[in-house]
Design a protein. Structure first.
Length: 185
């Protein structure tokens, strides 16, 4: 019998298996395009990784490249580097505080255990692999739309926020009974 404390993590860059290439680029463009809206510590962390991992033609220092060039050049590093994924996803999360707050509340209402909205998820070792089978993305998207009918968030952004807020990827689908420790004899 497995112990709940033995959570399995997979590296952050595993998220690429669940992302369309266009969305990966959009995410990078959004973060680099709104870079000056990020906290200084996040900017520093991302710049350090960009300097180390991203090569932009015509720039000795990749951090100085225009956002659009840097975004395209960062795609392959995003596919390989769990640290870059963690910083970019946390930065994207920080650019969407209203959606983040709604998704935290929404997942709690559905019985998910999630970290508080202010937690820095980029410091985690990766994504948890267990995902409630009853909550596939279509189910979650529909339930979110019913809970927040005025919200016009695109489903890709909603799904990205659900993954980042929950710290989970749907690798190992589990039934509710398998998630809860047995309370009956």
């Amino acid at each position: 019998m497995s112990n709940d404390k033995q959570a399995r993590f997979i590296p952050f860059h595993a998220i690429n298996e669940f992302m369309l290439p266009e969305y990966r680029l959009k995410l990078l463009q959004e973060v680099f395009g709104n870079f000056d809206h990020l906290p200084e510590g996040r900017q520093t962390a991302i710049n350090r990784l960009v300097k180390k991992l991203v090569k932009v033609a015509g720039f000795r220092n990749s951090t100085l490249a225009p956002a659009s060039m840097k975004s395209r050049a960062a795609v392959s590093a995003f596919e390989r580097s769990p640290e870059l994924v963690a910083q970019i996803c946390q930065a994207w999360f920080e650019l969407h505080p209203d959606l983040a707050g709604k998704v935290v509340d929404f997942l709690k209402l559905r019985g998910w255990e999630v970290l508080p909205v202010e937690a820095d998820r980029s410091v985690l070792p990766g994504f948890l692999t267990r995902w409630p089978e009853k909550d596939n993305f279509v189910t979650l998207d529909d339930a979110f739309a019913n809970t927040y009918p005025e919200d016009t968030t695109h489903e890709y952004d909603l799904n990205m926020m659900i993954v980042w807020v929950s710290g989970r990827l749907p690798v190992e689908l589990v039934t509710e009974e398998a998630e809860k420790p047995s309370s009956e004899g």
